[in-house]
Ligand binder design. Structure first.
Ligand code: ADP
Ligand code: MG
Length: 243
């Protein structure tokens, strides 16, 4: 359903992604693990055209584009099918929770306001924030802000949601509730790629775990395969830091 072929990206002389191939089935939850600086964020950002990869292609639904050659219309088509949830919540600070969620529906998708708000409220319920619909970001905890971000991503009904360390900026006591919401959303069949350092969460939520280092996939498999029957020495060394 999503096929990324031979994606490469350099910054200046530094090769960051070195020809990675990743195929993701509809409804699959793929977790990406890897040391800091291994190219995980760059990989997600290239998928979403926040960065322009130097080579490779992506097929997503009926859309197939070469990263390097993609024109703005093709980029828009890919962006419409992908939503990103960042490490730092990036809500509009002068908009309420519900306004943040419906913004894209009304502005980008031109949905009638009434429908957008109805959908927005359903999504806020889904992430456990129905009663916070009118709260502004500064009135919400970090975890609640991340959950608004997740509702906003879901509103656009993307083919895949890309999570880049969604809990790493949160206070420890707020991590659990945010991971629970992501798990809940995953159970509804949403396709996800999640970069995280939360190993027990990864174990529970992933259909497949990819370990990458220095811009290449070192090893991938089911959580059981990757965590319990680890094959590669580099993966073992990485996982040992978390046990
Ligand atoms: P990770 O998310 O796995 O920690 P990143 O994808 O953020 O890794 O970064 C991989 C490497 O690419 C790092 O060495 C980082 O410094 C470099 N890098 C990332 N973005 C840029 C950029 N915009 N310009 C130059 N170097 C970058
Ligand atoms: Mg990163």
């Amino acid at each position: 359903m999503i096929e990324i072929k031979d994606i490469s990206k350099s910054f200046g002389k530094n090769a960051i992604l070195k020809g990675m191939n990743v195929t993701i089935e509809k409804g699959e939850v793929v977790v990406i693990l890897g040391p800091s600086g291994s190219g995980k964020s760059t990989f997600l950002r290239c998928i979403n055209f926040l960065e322009r990869a130097d080579a490779g292609e992506i097929s997503i639904g009926q859309t197939k584009v070469e990263f390097k050659k993609a024109k703005s219309k093709e980029i828009l088509a890919v962006r419409r099918k992908t939503a990103m949830v960042f490490q730092q919540y990036d809500l509009f600070l002068h908009k309420s929770a519900i306004e943040n969620v419906v913004e894209g529906l009304i502005i980008a998708r031109k949905e009638p306001k009434e429908e957008a708000y109805k959908k927005g409220l359903e999504l806020l319920s889904k992430v456990g924030l129905k009663d916070k619909r009118d709260a502004y970001p500064h009135q919400l905890s970090g975890g609640q802000q991340q959950r608004v971000g997740i509702a906003r991503a879901l509103a656009l009904n993307p083919e895949v949601i890309l999570f880049d360390e969604p809990t790493s900026a949160l206070d420890p006591e707020l991590v659990g509730e945010t991971l629970d919401v992501i798990k809940h959303v995953a159970q509804t069949g949403v396709t996800m790629i999640i970069v995280t350092h939360e190993m027990s969460f990864a174990y529970e939520i992933a259909d497949r775990v990819i370990f990458m280092e220095d811009g290449v996939i070192v090893e991938q498999g089911s959580p059981e395969e990757l965590f319990e029957q680890t094959k590669e020495e580099r993966t073992k060394q990485f996982l040992a830091r978390f046990s």
